[in-house]
Design a protein around this ligand. Structure first.
Ligand SMILES: [Zn+2]
Ligand SMILES: [Zn+2]
Length: 257
């Protein structure tokens, strides 16, 4: 039994075959998936999935890549996060790859999300790209360790992982860990303790080998887990058990169905 800790099932490529995606999850032993929000404009699609399917959960947040969009304040995030199927705040964080000018609005938005998460007690889903030092700095300044969360689609160094772990965060690996060139990431996957490990697809992006380049889907989290298991010298069963247990440990508001 596996859980996809991060997917975007509401995106057009996937929602077009909602029933098929759910069926393939079941066929591959993927019992749950967390549908992650990227902006408020598309939040109804995310919440709708979690309302229609007992085994799907949702988050509330605005992705750091989205420049011109509905900007939530803390009160708005809190009221949206009160939905019973919302188990996390995010995805939030910093992305200086797509925004090379490292804009102040990203940091302000990130702080707002951390404050909302601390107030409602729902953990953070953190996205960081080319911005590890600032991401960790803001996590510390805003006491993100008080609520915890996950560093999703982890692609940073072992040192960054160590600092996130020290703040009580979980580390989630995506299909990137299966890519031929990702040996340094596989080293990080070996380093993360089994009680802090998560797996995800980030579907429709980043399909794992052997589907690299195709549209990703939650069912493929099995191949992510296999790549993590191989890297760690463990069985798929061991990684599946640990990551499923960790998912419900971290996302306390997610009730297994
Ligand atoms: Zn992300
Ligand atoms: Zn994502």
């Amino acid at each position: 039994m596996l859980v996809d800790s991060h997917c975007h099932l509401d995106f057009p490529d996937l929602i077009a075959d909602e029933a098929g995606a759910l069926q393939r999850m079941a066929d591959n032993g993927v019992i749950h998936a967390l549908c992650v929000a990227v902006k408020l404009e598309t939040l109804p699609g995310v919440l709708g999935l979690a309302e229609r399917h007992a085994n799907l959960f949702a988050s509330v947040g605005v992705h750091p890549d989205n420049a011109d969009c509905d900007e939530p304040d803390e009160a708005r995030l809190l009221s949206l996060a009160a939905h019973p199927k919302v188990v996390a705040i995010g995805e939030t964080g910093l992305d200086y790859y797509w925004h090379k000018d490292a804009p102040e609005w990203q940091r302000a938005r990130f702080r707002t999300h951390i404050r909302a998460a601390r107030r409602c007690g729902k953990p953070l889903i953190i996205h960081t790209r080319d911005a590890a030092a600032d991401t960790l700095r803001l996590m510390r300044e805003e006491s993100a360790d008080e609520v915890g969360g996950v560093m999703h689609c982890f692609t940073e160094t072992r040192e960054v992982a160590a600092q996130a772990l020290e703040l009580g965060f979980y580390i989630s690996f995506s299909g990137i860990v299966s890519f031929k060139t990702a040996e340094s990431l596989r080293e990080v996957a070996r380093f993360v303790p089994s009680d802090r490990l998560l797996v995800e697809t980030d579907a429709p992006y980043l399909a794992p080998v052997p589907f690299r380049g195709k549209t990703n889907q939650p069912a493929y989290v099995r191949h992510v887990a296999e790549a993590v298991a191989t890297a760690r010298g463990e069985t798929l069963q061991a990684v599946a058990d640990a990551t499923t247990r960790n998912f419900f440990q971290l996302f306390k508001h997610a009730k297994p169905s």
